[in-house]
Each structure stands twice: as C-alpha cells, then as structure tokens.
Ligand binder design. Structure first.
Ligand code: 2AM
Length: 510
C-alpha cells in the first residue's frame, strides 16, 4: 500500500464514509476499529480495491503511517474519545496530530487541547457536518486547535470538503474548542431552521387544509427563490413521498415525537450561560421536548380547548390561499433571518468570551456547502460580515440588505403569526423570531418596571434615564414590624437570587 500520514479510528457510518472520501481523493488511509470484525468487514467490502489498509491493534495501526501522523477519531462523543486518545498516546511521536471529528462538547475539547500542550503532539477538535452523505462526498469541516496543526491538515481537508464557488468548505476556525463550539451552534441553527419549516407546514395545513403533496409543490417552488436551501428542498421531498403500503403521504403516518441528540440543547445552555438571547433555537429545543410528551398531549387535547384544527378554516374561505401562501414564504424567510441573527450574535460573543477569534464571514462561507444548513441566504450573510470591522453589523438584522428586506416583510410576518394564533396552531419558533426582532428594535422595553419591582422587593437598585448613578427608593411606607417573641426553632432564611443583596453601589433614598 502507498505511504500515508493519515489514519482513522472508528468505522461506524461517519468514519467509514470519511475514509472512503479521503481514499477517493487519492489520500491513502490506515484504519482501526475497537471491534476488529468491523475493520475486516470494511476492508473486504467498501474499501476493496481502494488505498485503505487496516490493523486489528493500535501498535500495528500506528505502524501503517509515516510521521507526522494525522489520525482522525470518529467515535461516540464523551468517554470513548478519551479512551481512544489514551490508547493511542503511548505510540505517538513528536509532531503527530490527533483530530477528534465527533460531535464533542466544546469544553471537553478545550480540556483535551490543554492536556496535549507541551507534549509535542497536537490535538485538533473538528466539527464535521453533512451526515453520512456529506462525509462521503464532501462535508463542511470546522477544525479548531493549534494553527500549525491545521496547516499540516489543510491540503487534505481542502480536497475532501464540499466545494462551492468560492472554495472548499473548510477554514481554520480558531484555537482549542473553536471548531466544536461552532459545530454546536451550527446544529442549534439547524434546529431553528427545521422547527420554522415544520411550523410553516403546520399553519399551511390547518389554515388552508392542503394535502402533503400540495405542500410539497409549494416548498419546491419556494426552493427556487430566496429560501433556496437543503432543508427546504428536503421538506419538499418528505412531503411529496407516498407510502407504498398505504398509498398515503408517508409524512402523515410518521409519529409526531421529535428526538434530539443534544447539540441544540448545548447551544441553548451555553447561550443562557453567556446571557445571549437565542429565543428561536430555544423554542426549537423545547418544541422537540413537548412533542415527546405524546401521551400527555393526546390526553390534554380532550380537556383543553382551542379553535378547531381540522382544516375547515379553508372550507369557510377564511383565508385567501395565494395571499396566505405568499405571506408564509415571507414569514419563513424573515423568521430565518432573525434566527441567524441570533446565532451569529451568539458566535460573536462566544468568540470574545472564549478567545476563539472567529471570522463570521468565513463561517457563513463554509456553511454554504456540505452541511445541513447550506442555503442561498449564507451568501448574503457572508457578504454582510465581509465588511471592514467599522462597517460590520453588530447584528445581522442591522446589515442594510437584511434591514430593508425585513422592513418590507414584517407585515406578512405579523399576519402569519396572527393567523396561527387565531387558529391555535403553535408557532413557538416563528413567534420567538418575531419577538426577538421586536425586542431588538425596541427603543424602550418594559425593563424599567422590572427594575422598579426588583428594587421594591429586594433593594436591587436601578439606574435612571436622567441622572448618573444607582438608586434605591423606599417605595411604600411600611408599618413598623411588630416585635414578636423570639421562637427558638425558626429556620434560617433561604437566600434566593432576587433576595436583597448588600449594596456596594451609590444609593440615594428619595
Ligand atoms: P465498536 O465498533 O468497537 O463499537 C461508534 O460507536 C464508533 O465508536 C464505533 O466504531 C465504535 O467501535 C466506536 N467506539 C465506541 N466506544 C468506543 C470506545 N470506548 N473505544 C473505542 N471505540 C469506541
């Protein structure tokens, strides 16, 4: 077999397909899997006739590669990654690179990067998006870690990544956990996109009583325009699929319980930690959660009332079909832009917080191909963030192109959310996107009253619009507390977050 520097550990679906992708591009591969029968089967099957060799133990596997070795690990995220690293470590030599291509939690990647520092070895945490198909024919790759390790990998990664008009869908993301962090947020954005598409379908279904094949055609038409994207395209495919056994649209036979592997939740958890609002992704996460409560929902549907959801609104001619379909297209697009604005705002803050040095324009570029959220819209996002730092929008909604578009679309957007409310069709993500937009553009929010309430019950202080400083007010004349006899068994007061705290700031009593 030809000499190689490249190896891969973990021959499940993603690992096997990525190996075939490397080999297809003329990069010989060494492979290893914990269960050696999997390796044997792969070598005798799909890998036949290709420059792929394997070993049934780590020592021999390492011996198949020249230095500096570049070993991709594609095993289940979590302890398995550490187990594989520990197995490989004794055999690695100065300059070798380990690349974790799984869906690892970015804090684990930061820890592993730290553990590799000073060892002469390199650790790269690489997000891989595009599923099985992407891994085989061109994924979007998000490698993070030491720059010099990336430079070593760049020629091969550029070949195996998806290719778009302005280059391969790979770039150096940033140090330590940057790659896995960006992959996590990518998945969060994907959750938002999927939920928005599902809600749009649901409104269409209930307001107009359209069949799945009819809606398939509408999504196909939308895919020709500004909504052009992989997810809208496959929404059309799924809605148009007829089940051979029953001759019914398959989508109508699929149980309405959405599952999740956790990356959407990680995105929400991290955003909460950083105090960055990403309500559309949050809504997508909890929507999957409530969908999983199928039995409870079925029970509740017979007790809790709302408008009838039988498509009869269409029969009554309540909504003009063409008008509503066009408005739905506008609403889906506007809601998606708002969701991306949130996602990119999170990336910007996280980049500052964790020192990821993210280039937002480059992220939009490498998401244009290979990955699940690939879409026409990313071109415009890439351009918006390409500006000089002084012209770069703080928030995507402020990019002149998007601001103008949304200003024009918002009446459709409001109409659609109104229709959903009227019919009792839940649209958490669509509403969250609109609420984000309305909150972000609000010169004044009711947080003044929030601050007033907090100051009354907890002396938390507030600031004023007309004077500098922090203030506390004695809001009401309190009766003198009555003296009570001391009771020996009174438990200590539990201090909650919003209980009074010691004032260190300037306060003024009015
Ligand atoms: P296996 O075939 O031996 O189970 C997805 O589960 C991939 O990760 C599989 O290739 C699996 O190997 C591998 N994997 C899971 N846990 C592992 C571990 N602790 N050590 C090594 N490989 C592991």
């Amino acid at each position: 077999m030809a000499e190689t520097n490249y190896g891969l550990v973990g021959l499940a679906v993603m690992g096997a397909n990525l190996t075939l992708n490397f080999a297809h591009h003329g990069i010989p591969m060494a492979v290893y899997n914990r269960t050696s029968s999997v390796t044997e089967k792969f070598l005798a099957g799909e890998a036949q006739g290709k420059p792929i060799t394997g070993a049934d133990n780590v020592r021999d596997f390492i011996g198949l590669m020249q230095r500096p070795r570049r070993i991709i690990i594609l095993v289940k995220a979590g302890p398995a990654v550490d187990a594989v690293i520990n197995e490989l470590r004794p055999f690695l030599e100065e300059g070798d690179v380990i690349i974790d291509g799984g869906n690892s939690f970015f804090q684990d990647t930061i820890r592993r990067d730290r553990e590799f520092q000073g060892t002469g070895l390199y650790f790269v945490g690489m997000g891989v998006s595009g599923g099985e198909e992407g891994a085989r024919y061109g994924p979007s790759l998000m490698p993070g870690g030491p720059r010099e390790a990336y430079d070593l990998l760049e020629p091969a990664l550029s070949k195996v990544a998806a290719q778009v008009a302005d280059g391969p869908c790979v770039t150096y993301i940033g140090p330590h956990g940057a790659g896995h962090y960006v992959k996590t947020v990518h998945n969060g954005i994907e959750y938002g996109d999927i939920q928005l598409i599902a809600e749009t379908y649901n409104i269409m279904k209930h307001a107009l009583g359209l069949s799945a094949p009819e809606m398939s055609e509408i999504f196909a038409r939308w895919n020709e325009g500004r909504l052009n994207s992989f997810l809208v395209e496959i929404a059309s495919t799924v809605l148009g699929f007829i089940d051979a056994d029953t001759d019914k649209p398959l989508v109508d036979l699929i149980l309405d319980e959405a599952e999740q592997k956790g990356t959407g939740r990680w995105t929400s958890q991290n955003a909460i930690e950083l105090g960055v609002p990403i309500p559309t992704i949050d809504a997508a996460v909890w929507s999957r959660g409530i969908s999983a409560l199928k039995e409870e929902r079925v029970h509740a549907s017979s007790i809790l009332q709302g408008p009838r959801l039988d498509g009869s609104a269409n029969g009554s001619g309540r909504y003009d079909r063409e008008h509503l379909i066009n408005a739905l297209e506008s609403a889906l697009y506007a809601a998606k832009v708002s969701s991306y604005a949130q996602g990119f705002a999170l990336l910007r803050i996280a980049s500052d917080t964790y020192g990821f040095e993210l280039n937002l324009s480059e992220l939009a570029r490498i998401w244009k191909g290979g990955c699940i959220i690939r879409a026409e819209l990313l071109n415009t996002i890439q351009q918006a963030f390409e500006q000089d730092p002084s012209d770069r929008p703080m928030n995507l909604l402020l990019a002149p192109h998007f601001a103008q578009e949304i200003n024009n679309l918002q009446s459709d957007w409001r109409y659609v959310t109104g229709v959903a409310r009227e019919l009792g069709v839940p649209t958490p993500a669509m509403n969250a996107s609109l609420d984000y937009y309305d909150s972000y553009r609000a010169e004044r929010l009711p947080a003044n009253l929030v601050q007033g309430l907090r100051d009354l019950f907890g002396a938390h202080t507030y600031r004023r619009v007309d004077k500098e400083g922090y203030f506390h007010t004695q809001w009401e004349a309190r009766p003198e507390p009555e003296l009570v006899e001391a009771v020996p068994t009174v438990p200590p007061a539990v201090t909650g977050e919003d209980d009074p705290v010691e004032q260190t700031t300037e306060t003024s009593r009015t």
